[in-house]
Write a protein that binds this ligand. Structure first.
Ligand code: FE2
Length: 299
């Protein structure tokens, strides 16, 4: 039986090991809390280069190409093919509040985007380099992932004024293997604070069951199956404020959320999800890729 006193009340935070090799203490803290924060994992130059590359991509993006899809499917965005087929591509996703009543963007396109996804790391050389460093490979190895593959990446904008709330969830809901092996890697490319909607975790709550599972039905439509409808103990949530260059590593079961960004500052971040290829990856998972873009680890 778990006693209240056994539940960690803070997010374990460390200075990043220069070579990425997590110490035994760091790994133990990760196992205990389901999340660790590593300050200074990435240098300022690498963060700046990734932001620049994302901005170059945004330059090529024409919001009118996705406007019709988005406006006709506000409630069912996740069932449109632009989203569903993005597992092996780089695609652009707008914030819910991006357009005003007349169908015009409220802010410029950089400040209207929610994210880019979901194969930045395999489709672009700059993102590939950022995603496959020896330091990150060493961190993944230290966590005991035998045969890692980077299955997903996202560039998160969390723009000022309209960056939306992300409600409490577990990433293994979306990136499910048997047995579960999803690990999230979240890099702060700009300072993330409570004010601009930083990540928040419930330390220790990764030991709770998986509460939802997201998958494709036979007709390709995505469904969300509820496995356990008890509420999250959100009263125990802790903010993971993070300076630029910080890496947050979290278990696929670790419940997390972020508030809306109502500040005047953006909160750019980059996330990777790693699975162990020794585990089964179901064909009905929403996130799939074609044979011409095989899964890769850190080689
Ligand atoms: Fe998440």
């Amino acid at each position: 039986m778990t006693h209240q006193n056994d539940i960690p009340k803070t997010i374990p935070t460390f200075d990043a090991p220069p070579d990425g090799r997590l110490s035994a203490d760091m790994v133990a803290a990760y196992r205990d809390a389901g999340v660790i924060v590593l300050k200074g994992f990435v240098g300022e130059e690498a963060c700046t280069r990734l932001r620049q590359r994302a901005m170059e991509m945004v330059e090529t993006f024409d919001p009118s190409e996705v406007r019709s899809v988005f406006s006709s499917a506000m409630q069912t965005q996740h069932n449109d093919s632009y989203f569903i087929d993005s597992g092996d591509k780089i695609r652009f996703f707008l914030e819910q509040d991006a357009f005003d009543e007349s169908g015009e963007l409220r802010q410029d396109k950089e400040h209207s985007l929610n994210k880019l996804g979901h194969a930045m790391h395999d489709c672009d050389a700059v993102f590939d380099r950022f995603s496959r460093t020896p330091e990150l490979a060493a961190a993944v190895r230290a966590l005991g992932v035998d045969d890692p593959a980077i299955v997903q990446s996202m560039y998160i904008f969390k723009p000022p004024n309209i960056g939306g709330e992300v409600v409490c969830h577990q990433d293994s809901t979306y990136i499910y293997t048997e047995p579960e092996s999803c690990v999230g890697f979240w890099f702060a490319l700009e300072d993330a604070t409570l004010e601009n909607g930083c990540m928040q975790f419930i330390p220790g709550a990764h030991k709770l069951p998986l509460k939802k599972r997201n998958y494709r039905k036979a007709d390709g439509e995505l469904v969300m199956e509820i496995l356990d409808d008890t509420p999250w103990p959100e009263e125990n949530k802790v903010a993971a404020e993070a300076e630029m260059g910080t890496l947050v590593i979290f278990d696929g079961r670790a419940p997390h959320l972020s508030a809306a960004n109502r500040s005047s500052r953006s909160r750019h971040a980059y996330t990777l999800h790693v699975i162990d290829q020794k585990c089964h990856y179901p064909a009905e998972n929403w996130l799939q890729r074609g044979d011409d873009l095989p899964l890769r680890g850190f080689d």
